[in-house]
Design a protein around this ligand. Structure first.
Ligand code: ADE
Ligand code: ZN
Length: 383
């Protein structure tokens, strides 16, 4: 009886007593944040257009004299709250991209992203860009690539960040459009554009449609990746097809590899990189972070070459790669050795010359040594 009463008092105290507010340092969060933000890493799955913050969107609309129905950045964010899946997001993405017109616009969007990324530890970025979206509005490739080339030079000089671009074809448009933009992009292939990808809504059997374009891209010496977005219809079949028909080296998202044990083995055997994105829409979708972060942790535990990426940070709550790594860590309970492995993977699957890869590996090793993390010590459960 007395024990029951005591237990009730203790329980009520626990429930109603205000929890002491711990300083961030005491919870370890601030130390984890500092560790993650300083961790040298490569970002491999981010869309130039999706890095555009609402403030910059409005600034470009103003200076280009483009009418917009949004008066404030909050209005844009509110519109972005309508996005809760891939197609609804792409609809808004395509609408917002409409303000990008001049070489300066492409330069400014890219450089703003590079500054943000560098502040979160990114030293190398391979950035998706959708030329077909811009050509459809009459923007020339010279305007688009001219702006990106200047931003790349500025990022190198100002930030010491090395940037390259991935020419992305739109999966929901005809393959001959893709073939045409690939040929038209030839003057920029090599130093500025180092690979091709596929994005936009995931339509049925898209890999088969792009087989010839990918064969041509390979012939031109380009690297190959493709989106397989999370939980799309026929996702397992799409993962198999991008591997078998397109010969990709990486899959963007790729978390549904977990749906098929044979796929896990194939991805491991071919050392295919999986550029996971633990992104969050403005609209809250309960369980989304837990689901995606959990999948990334499981892929890491299986020894696959998975990474954390920001995808469309300007249009998804301004969460950049460091912010997302912190969320993933907090959601899954990963330790620093896991985070180090994610960074190691990002360099391992990046498309850089071997000498540069070695330099990044050394930089990471030095950082981990300074942070008292023995590089040779692999995280528990990660091969
Ligand atoms: N375009 C921009 N972000 C995308 C994503 N995550 N998937 C497909 N297309 C996109
Ligand atoms: Zn993406």
């Amino acid at each position: 009886m007395v024990r029951g009463w005591l237990a009730a008092v203790v329980l009520s105290l626990l429930v109603i007593a205000p929890r002491p507010t711990l300083a961030a340092d005491e919870t370890g969060e601030s130390a984890d944040r500092a560790f993650i933000m300083g961790l040298p890493k490569a970002e491999l799955h981010v869309h130039l257009e999706g890095t555009m913050e609402p403030e910059l969107y409005l600034e470009m609309a103003r200076r280009n004299g483009i009418a917009t129905r949004y008066a404030t950045p909050e209005d844009v964010r509110s519109r972005l709250r309508d996005a809760n899946d891939l197609s609804s997001f792409i609809q808004i993405y395509e609408e917002l991209v409409g303000v990008m017109q001049t070489e300066r616009d492409f330069h400014d969007v890219a450089l703003a992203y590079f500054r943000k990324a560098r502040s979160q530890g990114v030293v190398h970025a391979e950035v998706y860009v959708d030329p077909q979206l811009h050509q459809a509005r009459g923007v020339s490739l010279a305007t688009l690539y001219g702006g990106l080339a200047r931003a790349r030079e500025d990022a190198s000089r100002e930030l010491g960040l090395d940037a390259r671009f991935i020419l992305s074809f739109l999966r929901d448009r005809p393959a001959d459009q893709a073939a045409q933009v690939l040929e038209e992009s030839r003057p920029w292939l090599g130093s500025l554009i180092i690979g091709v990808g596929l994005d936009n809504p995931e339509v049925d059997d898209f890999p088969a449609k792009f087989q010839a374009v990918y064969a041509r891209a390979r012939e031109l010496g380009l690297h190959l990746t493709s989106h397989c977005d999370v939980d799309q219809p026929n996702t397992v079949a799409h993962h198999w097809s991008v591997i078998k028909l397109l010969g990709v080296e990486r899959i963007d998202h790729g978390l549904n590899v977990l749906n098929d044990p044979a796929l896990v083995e194939e991805v491991r055997r071919r050392k295919i990189g999986l550029t996971g994105a633990a992104t969050l829409f403005y609209a809250d979708i309960p369980g989304r972070m837990e689901y995606r972060a959990g999948a990334i942790a499981r892929l890491l535990d299986k020894g696959l070459l998975v990474t954390v990426n920001s995808d469309d940070p300007g249009m998804k709550r301004s969460l950049y790669v460091g912010d997302l790594m912190l969320r993933v860590q907090q959601t899954t309970g990963m330790d620093r050795a896991h985070l180090a492995q994610l960074a190691r993977n990002s360099f391992a699957i990046s498309w850089i010359e071997p000498a540069q890869r070695r330099a990044y590996a050394l930089r990471l090793k030095r950082y981990l040594r300074q942070s008292d993390l023995d590089l040779a010590k692999r995280p528990a459960g990660v091969r």
